[in-house]
Design a protein around this ligand. Structure first.
Ligand code: AMP
Ligand code: GLY
Length: 427
């Protein structure tokens, strides 16, 4: 069958790379794609906010599966429109995408279903929010309710910081996304991500991962979309995975179905492993980026088969096989990221780097310019390696990074530090 992939990041390159290995997949199209995705798919310009245009393209090219990578088209209801036209599309409906699109919705669901998460209050005006901060004290976490491209969360150590954060939200720093604010208690622990596929009813656990959100070594500096990741997450023991399924994922899937908005797609749980066990920080309704790169590097099953089973409600009939090895991804970003990043600089050495042992290079913000690959965004490359240990995957990824000649790019030099330290402690 032919597949249409939507998106342009490292996540979509990893999905396209995995789909290209499927015996079920004939041709892959990607809108808009990037220079790396162009190696596995035909990239095209398609306005994905024009749902009729996407449906028309699917009919013309006999698309048997649409895979939506990022959250924005999901929250915008693209999957609903495609389903209405009888087109198979992977991802949740607009209503179910509220699990990512509205933090308040998710917190209320958690409360109703008894899912462990930080205590919270939803506020839609400044006075209520200030009163909540006065009562709850600091540290406290302030979140814009809606989608804010990962920038809508402030961990306030002082009341002044907390008050500044709510003022910024209500003054429109995040547009409509900040018209409501969720104020929640600060959770202490180690973070981990857990990914499952859900077909409305059945749950297929995928894998665990950890990412590095801060831009600088030692987890310092501003937050980014993610500077690197590894899978599996050593903190997620089998017991914690089972507790997450029983206490968090299953009641969510049941609660969504009971509310008439059954969840279909990949569900990405951001967890805090506290001394009480796993607690939900947030849901995302898509694969993580760069977590997807490390998941796809370890996936041995046919991705198309898993995504089709998700869409068709047959997840109870399939299994996902994983390489026991560790995978680790180092993101290379353009100077300036996460602020305004410099575009157009030439990147060389990719061929040699991609031939390093155990390494796959996923492109994010890249563009083909004549014979050159040039930077075309903030996060540009995801150098991904598998290894018998996190340490080996890390060494392999950084060996490949050293072969890339890109004076205008940078990466963190310590991706995986926590997992490597854990391995060394156990050795
Ligand atoms: P979110 O966008 O909700 O994932 O939040 C971004 C980051 O803020 C998370 O990855 C955590 O590092 C941190 N965070 C969010 N909520 C909390 C919380 N209640 N307690 C501690 N840290 C949090
Ligand atoms: N890497 C974090 C995310 O995809 O949300």
């Amino acid at each position: 069958m032919n597949v249409l992939l939507i998106g342009s990041g490292g996540r979509e390159h990893a999905l396209g790379w995995a789909l290209a290995k499927s015996v079920k997949v004939a041709k892959i199209f990607c809108a808009p794609g990037n220079a790396g995705i162009a190696e596995v798919a035909t990239c095209l310009t398609l306005d994905v906010s024009d749902h009729a245009a996407v449906a028309k393209f699917c009919a013309e090219e006999e698309i048997g599966l649409v895979v939506v990578g990022p959250e924005a088209p999901l929250v915008d209801g693209l999957v609903d429109s495609l389903h209405a036209d009888g087109i198979r599309a992977f991802g949740p409906s607009k209503a179910a995408a509220a699990l990512e699109g509205s933090k308040g919705f998710t917190k209320d669901l958690c409360q109703a279903q008894g899912i462990p998460t930080a205590g919270y209050v939803r506020c839609s005006d400044l006075a209520t929010a200030q009163a909540a901060i006065d009562t709850r004290g600091v540290p406290i976490v302030i979140k814009a309710d809606g989608l804010a491209a990962g920038k809508g969360v402030v961990i306030a150590q002082t009341r002044d910081q907390a008050n500044a954060a709510i003022a910024a939200c209500f003054e429109g720093a995040f547009g409509g996304a900040g018209a409501e604010v969720v104020i929640e208690d600060f959770l202490q622990g180690e973070e981990a991500s857990f990914f499952v596929l859900v077909d409305g009813e059945h749950i297929l656990p995928l894998a665990t991962a950890q990412d590095h959100k801060r831009v600088g070594d030692g987890d310092t500096g501003p937050n980014t979309g993610g500077m690197g990741a590894y899978s599996p997450a050593p903190v997620m023991t089998d017991e914690l995975v089972q507790r997450t399924l029983d206490e968090i994922i299953t009641p969510t899937v049941k609660g969504m179905a009971e509310r008439g908005m059954p969840y279909q797609g990949v569900l990405y749980a951001g967890l805090m492993i506290t001394d009480k066990g796993p607690e939900l920080i947030e849901y995302n309704v898509r694969f993580g980026d760069p977590e997807c790169q490390v998941l796809m590097a370890r996936l041995q099953s046919d991705l198309a088969e898993l995504l089709i089973a998700t869409c068709d409600g047959n997840l109870d009939a399939v299994k996902a096989q994983w390489d026991d090895a560790s995978a680790l991804c180092v993101v290379m970003a353009a100077d300036g990221y996460p602020g305004a990043a410099k575009k157009g600089s030439v990147i060389s050495g990719l061929l040699a780097a991609g031939q390093s042992a155990g390494v796959t290079i996923f492109h994010a913000g890249t563009k083909q310019n004549g014979d050159h690959i040039v930077a075309n965004g903030g996060r540009v490359l995801g150098i991904t390696a598998v290894g018998a240990t996190v340490k080996q995957a890390q060494s392999r990824a950084y060996a490949a990074v050293s072969k890339i000649d890109w004076p205008d790019g940078f990466c963190r030099s310590d991706i995986g530090w926590r997992a490597v330290a854990r391995e060394e402690d156990l050795a």
